[in-house]
Design a protein. Sequence first.
Length: 158
Amino acid sequence: MPRAVALIAREESLLAVSSVWQSPPSDGSDQPDYWNAAVLIRTAKSPAEVFSGVIGPIEQSLGRVRSADKFAPRTMDIDLAMYDDRTEDFAGRRLPHPDILVRSYFALPLAEISPDKIHPETGERLQEIAERLRNGSIRRREEIHLLPAQPAGGLAKG
């Protein structure tokens, strides 16, 4: 995950990075727990350009192999969850990502970096969505840092 964040920062202006959150697989499979995080970037690219020109190449460079089974084990899975206040479909994906409203592993990291952001379809603050979805199966991994230590005023959280 730190490598993915570093690669994103090479391509786009990194504004914020959440903590790492650990949760069991949502499909109930016998896979190891997932680790999730969110980043906030500034970009001039369209959602499709971010997906094909940034996310796809980074996933590939980190060993991601896509299969028909969307729940198959994978080394890295990067999603475009929100893009400003846009609601649209692109490349077989939906903005905002539908899982924000039903999966704590989407909502909690997003709410951590942008709690007052309004979900463009429901009008709820991300913090409200996260509070509604939070349960005992997800936990923050305080000991894992996605950015190296920064001087005062940097992005890293201590």
